[in-house]
Design a protein around this ligand. Structure first.
Ligand SMILES: C[S@@+](CC[C@H](N)C(=O)[O-])C[C@H]1O[C@@H](n2cnc3c(N)ncnc32)[C@H](O)[C@@H]1O
Length: 362
């Protein structure tokens, strides 16, 4: 439909570079990569300093496996528009894929110079490559960017199961219904839909407005707040019987502050149920010692995710007010090739004894 309309506009005036550029974007989205190349090329022929067209063309060449052509396009895009953060990001990724660590470092740092809030998550990627210390958590600007896009398809995501696992964890360990429940990083409300029947009160908090709007449309939550969930939990002491975090603590390295905030926010005997990605084989010795790191999996690292070890969760729980009710290997997500991404489902209780089976709320 869009392609047809743009094609008509081109038929009426063949000399508008933007028409060819927009058609190429649509063709690329349809998977017609060769046609997209031709479209970008026509846009560039009409406007030789068209930086965005060079940048996008570089990305299509990359998808086609033509890495030299991709690099040439990105470099040309930078000549047309020096300091373009998008192009430095693309070149950083390309260098990283080619094993050129110094090239990746150079372009990622240039990208950060022009995008100091780090909406593309370059600081996570520098840490992923072992070129910098990891940030304490996913940069807020990156989260906003990431979930702005993901909000459009999150409810149709068929390779994600974190919400189902967390609901099962709660169901197994909550001995009664009518619970006051807080869903941290509630996103579009997938968790809420699974556990509403267990809740007297169900509140959600998320940093991303587009995700929250989808949750609001579902009309399952009693209240929804746009906030950082650590600050929210600190500001609501002794308020909930259960706190649920499906695939949300994955955006934190050290979980100390999250555990402290959750302990403060839960009533005595309350449950803290969440999923993490597991530390994969191949993490650095330092990461192994600490118990967490930026994900070694490329796709997870680009999505601002950390991995954690079960050992680390046990240590944190032992040093806090929580007892472990459940610590289980799970798969909350599959990658683009349908490979299992290893994860952990954790159920903690504030106070109380370690459990060998389902426990009861105080
Ligand atoms: C992978 S999605 C999971 C959403 C939902 N829990 C589910 O299972 O569908 C992670 C969500 O956590 C939110 N998030 C991450 N860090 C956050 C923070 N510090 N404060 C509030 N929301 C956060 C993101 O905006 C996003 O909506």
């Amino acid at each position: 439909m869009a392609a047809g309309l743009i094609a008509k506009a081109i038929a009426a005036n063949r000399h508008m570079p933007d028409f060819h550029y927009n058609l190429a974007i649509v063709l690329r989205a349809q998977g017609k990569l060769k046609e997209a190349v031709a479209g970008y090329q026509r846009a560039i022929d009409l406007k030789p300093d068209y930086a965005e067209a060079y940048n996008n063309l570089g990305n299509v060449w990359k998808t086609l496996g033509e890495l030299d052509s991709a690099r040439a396009c990105f470099e040309q895009a930078l000549r047309c528009k020096p300091g373009n953060a998008d192009t430095h990001y693309s070149l950083g990724i390309l260098c990283s894929d080619l094993g050129d660590r110094s090239g990746a470092a150079l372009h990622f740092h240039r990208c950060l110079d022009h995008d100091p809030d780090d909406s593309r998550g370059v600081s996570m990627l520098l840490a992923h490559l072992g070129l910098a210390i990891a940030p304490e958590r996913t940069p807020q600007a990156q989260l906003l960017n990431l979930y702005d896009v993901r909000s459009r398809f999150w409810d149709r995501e068929s390779s994600y199961f974190g919400h189902v696992l967390v609901a099962e964890g709660l169901q197994k360990h909550a001995a009664r219904t009518n619970l006051d429940i807080l869903d941290i990083g509630c996103g579009t409300g997938l968790v809420g839909a699974q556990i509403r029947h267990l809740a007297g009160k169900l509140d959600g908090v998320d940093i991303s407005l587009p995700m929250l709007e989808k949750a609001r449309d579902k009309e399952i939550y009693d209240s929804l707040d746009q906030a950082d969930f650590v600050s929210f939990m600190c500001a609501h002491p002794d308020s909930y019987d259960a706190i649920l975090g499906a695939a949300t603590l994955i955006h934190f390295g050290d979980l100390h502050a999250v555990f402290q905030a959750a302990a403060k926010c839960l009533r005595d005997g309350g449950l803290f149920v969440f999923t993490l990605f597991s530390n994969e084989p191949g993490v650095s010795i330092e990461a192994g010692r600490m118990g967490f790191s930026v994900a070694t999996n490329d796709k997870l690292a680009k999505s601002g995710c950390y991995t954690h070890s079960a050992n680390y969760v046990e240590r944190l729980a032992a040093g806090s007010e929580f007892s472990i009710q459940m610590l289980q290997e799970v798969v909350q997500e599959y990658d683009q090739n349908d490979n299992r991404i290893p994860g952990i489902l954790v159920v903690l209780r504030r106070g109380g004894q370690e459990s060998t089976g389902p426990g009861e709320l105080a």
